[in-house]
Design a protein around this ligand. Structure first.
Ligand SMILES: [Zn+2]
Length: 447
């Protein structure tokens, strides 16, 4: 690089970067005082009435019944609205927004572009943090964190680790595994959705490779799936030793292993091997729920997919498996409540941005088993607990999911009281009056 180029390139880059930052939504991260609100703090069953919240930079600086107006502050009259922590979705796939054929037949930048759009949609539904449990989103996360595009905080596992004929195996039957002369890389791996690993050494390499790429936790498919092509629902995927080596590797990185598992056998094996977050979990028994509680593991449930009719694109076998999992959901939720397991709030919608609009229905779906306050706690402080389990790998190491002094200023203002009528959350265009993430305002319809 010549001297001239060095200077010019730097100048061009600086202009580009500052222009991009200027284009971001939200505005300056100064002081904001929100008066006259009733607070749902993420942890208590009741609202704290008539409060004021002062935000300085990206944190909540003060919460009191009355706060003197400081200099250079933007004052917002909350008008008696409910102020809550930003919502957290513990199970999303931001990268997966189209059907399977289009997914594998589109270039990675198309998926990245759609993921950014979906990231904005997610934020505008009030989700200020998500846990992405499989997919290529590290670049999307980086662009959002740099302020180039609106979106939630992203905790990501990177590619999910899967075995031959496991949940991640979408290969044609005419394709051989790499070890038996097949291609060294398949489309699902090229797109970063999942990675094949068979046997302890390969699982170890795949685990380390995700950490190398910046994963905040690991994700592994350890049991049959509803939507899988080659894996019947009843099977246990991976041996105990293979799951344990991933869980141990995660622990060495001071983070944790999350696993996809529906059946009791696969969940039990994963818990005994050290997995800390069980994704789906529909078919577990009471004994295994007790084991999860004893181990301090999280149950990461989703309802929307099971309470809706099976998609037309499903084969009869997939439809049957969906019914089985749907039948188990009610029992699992009742066990979760009875044994007070740490129950996460997640949605797991894939394959269509239209379907992802149903994300907020998870709030109303859960009132079959839980009070609105309990559901709101799951979507805020309980989910925040699993995010913090990433330890030193946590990309946002402050407090999330609560309204407390010193916590990140991820804040929503809601028209009405969701503890009385949680269905108001399903209409964010009308009822979500303010969305703040990291102290920046992304929507302000308070008037
Ligand atoms: Zn998933």
């Amino acid at each position: 690089m010549t001297k001239w180029c060095k200077a010019a390139c730097f100048l061009v880059m600086s202009v580009f970067i500052s222009a991009s930052f200027a284009a971001q939504e939200g505005g300056a991260s100064g002081k904001v005082l929100i008066n006259n609100v009733n607070i749902f703090d993420g942890k208590s069953e009741k609202l704290i009435p008539d409060m004021s919240v002062l935000i300085e930079g990206y944190k909540i600086a003060r919460i009191a019944s009355s706060i003197p107006v400081p200099n250079n502050v933007t004052v917002i009259d909350g008008g008696g609205r409910t102020l809550t922590p930003g919502f957290i979705d513990a199970h999303v796939h931001l990268q997966w927004n189209v059907g399977p054929y289009e997914f594998f037949d589109s270039p990675p930048d198309y998926h990245a572009a759609l993921a950014l759009v979906e990231a904005r949609n997610t934020l505008m539904r009030g989700f200020t943090s998500v846990r992405d449990t499989g997919g290529a989103v590290f670049g999307v996360k980086k662009a959002i964190d740099q302020g180039f595009h609106p979106g939630p905080r992203i905790y990501a596992s990177g590619a999910a680790i899967g075995m031959t004929s496991g949940h991640g195996d979408y290969r044609s039957l005419n394709e051989l595994p790499r070890q038996l002369g097949g291609p060294t890389e398949t489309p699902v791996e090229r797109l970063g959705m999942s990675v094949f690993a068979d046997g302890v050494p390969e699982v170890l390499t795949a685990s380390r490779d995700q950490m190398r790429r910046g994963a905040h936790f690991l994700k592994m498919f350890v049991g049959g799936a509803v939507s899988g092509l080659r894996d019947p629902l009843d099977i246990v995927e991976y041996s105990f030793d293979e799951v344990k080596v991933a869980a141990d590797e995660a622990k060495r990185w001071n983070t944790y292993l999350a696993v996809h598992a529906y059946t009791d056998r696969s969940i039990r094996q994963a818990l005994e091997a050290g997995a800390m977050s069980i994704e789906h979990a529909n078919l577990l028994t009471e004994e295994t729920m007790k084991l999860a509680v004893k181990k301090g593991a999280f149950m990461s449930a989703q309802t929307g997919f099971f309470l809706a009719p099976a998609p037309d694109s499903f084969s009869p076998a997939q439809k049957e498996r969906q019914q089985l999992a749907a039948d188990g959901l009610d029992n699992m939720m009742k066990l979760a409540k009875k044994h007070k397991v740490k129950l996460l709030f997640g949605t797991d919608f894939v394959g269509s941005m239209e379907t992802k609009k149903l994300q907020l229905d998870e709030f109303t779906n859960r009132t079959r088993w839980f009070s609105p306050a309990e559901v709101l706690m799951q979507a805020t402080s309980v989910n925040a607990e699993v995010l913090s389990l990433s330890g030193p790998r946590n990309p946002y190491p402050g407090k999330l999911g609560v309204i407390e002094e010193g916590a990140y200023a991820d804040i929503l203002l809601i028209n009405g009281n969701p503890l009385e009528d949680i269905s108001i959350l399903t209409e964010p265009e009308e009822n979500l009056a303010l969305i703040m993430k990291d102290g920046k305002i992304y929507k302000n319809a308070v008037e």
